[in-house]
Ligand binder design. Structure first.
Ligand code: AMP
Length: 305
């Protein structure tokens, strides 16, 4: 039996943002476009994208014992037991060096996960993408993902330039095992039964904003950004300005790691001030910025002075 989530008990820290702790959750039914949209938001605001579905698939691909256990559930469209998901999420958080804010994609997926999340962080905003259920099956069965970089396409709505090949990295595209019609329908039922109550809960405490998920990727992204700006007007420039470009990763010989006392202190609010022309996201990651950790409910979010 797996040890129960260490996350809540040990208050293992989630990374927090130099943009004043932007702590987001993105929810929505299977194939609503959470992965694509969360990835764009993470790039725009230089926050960490943590997708439990991706983390689970990584564990499955690695053949780890947790991955093997998880696969049995994923293949049937059920939720993976909390202990496995939270254990893997915790491992991912610990191994992540880039400490900025975060966007959780596909987590929490049931009320227990939401309660555990609440034990160690205070979310700022939960965004829920809504899509007509009748369209979700078509969206899922036409979805293709890149084996190398995880980029997501749709055979009809967002096809790659070359059939079966990723535009971004040239990797092979594949159909997820759980994106066949029968399993997608089961995942939709799981969403109705277990995730809808989580959404209702966030709505009841005033943290939820619904975003309509029909339209192009850009349309939906714009609606998500509108919801973020509605919450935090000071992020207007960062939200609507040009998408920050990631600095290319230059391969250099590893340097000895500095002693703890030599490590640069994280600088809260580093970059342009809110609403002050947008913060430079370039090199936000990969510049050795060591983040503060938190876990203190009540710490300030971007909407709080
Ligand atoms: P996704 O990629 O988010 O659609 O997730 C794919 C599958 O991974 C789901 O159908 C679940 O079996 C599993 N999964 C992802 N996130 C969670 C979670 N937070 N809790 C339990 N199972 C999850």
């Amino acid at each position: 039996m797996l040890a129960l989530p260490q996350v809540a008990k040990s208050k293992v820290a989630l990374p927090c943002s130099a943009l004043d702790n932007m702590r987001l959750v993105l929810l929505g039914p299977p194939s609503a476009g959470k992965g694509t949209q969360a990835s764009l938001l993470s790039q725009r605001f230089d926050i960490l994208h943590l997708a439990t579905g991706d983390i689970l698939r990584e564990a499955v691909a690695a053949g780890s014992s947790l991955g093997k256990k998880a696969k049995k559930f994923m293949d049937t469209g059920a939720l993976v037991p909390d202990a496995i998901v939270i254990g893997l999420l915790e491992g991912k958080m610990k191994s992540t060096q880039s400490q900025t804010g975060f966007i959780l994609d596909g987590f929490p997926r049931n009320v227990d996960q939401a309660k555990q999340l609440e034990e160690f962080t205070d979310l700022d905003l939960v965004l829920c993408i809504e899509v007509d259920p009748n369209r979700l099956v078509e969206r899922a069965t036409g979805r293709r993902s890149c084996k190398n970089c995880g980029a997501i396409y749709h055979v009809r709505y967002n096809p790659p330039k070359q059939l079966g090949i990723c535009d971004k990295c040239g990797g092979p595209l594949f159909l997820r095992d759980d994106d066949n019609e029968e399993i997608v329908r089961k995942r939709l039922r799981t969403y109705e039964d277990q995730t809808k109550p989580v959404i209702q809960y966030y709505e009841s405490i005033g943290k939820l904003k619904y975003v309509e998920g029909e339209g192009s990727i850009e349309d939906v992204q714009k609606k998500l950004l509108d919801a973020i700006v509605e919450q935090w007007p000071q992020l207007k420039d960062a939200a609507y300005g040009p998408m920050p470009v990631k600095k290319p990763v230059v391969s250099t010989p590893p340097k000895p790691s500095p002693q703890p006392s030599q490590q640069p202190r994280p600088q809260h609010g580093q970059g342009a001030p809110h609403g002050g022309g947008g913060r430079s996201h370039r090199g936000g990651r990969g510049r050795g910025r060591r983040g503060r950790y938190f876990g203190k409910p009540g710490s300030k979010g971007p909407n709080k002075p």
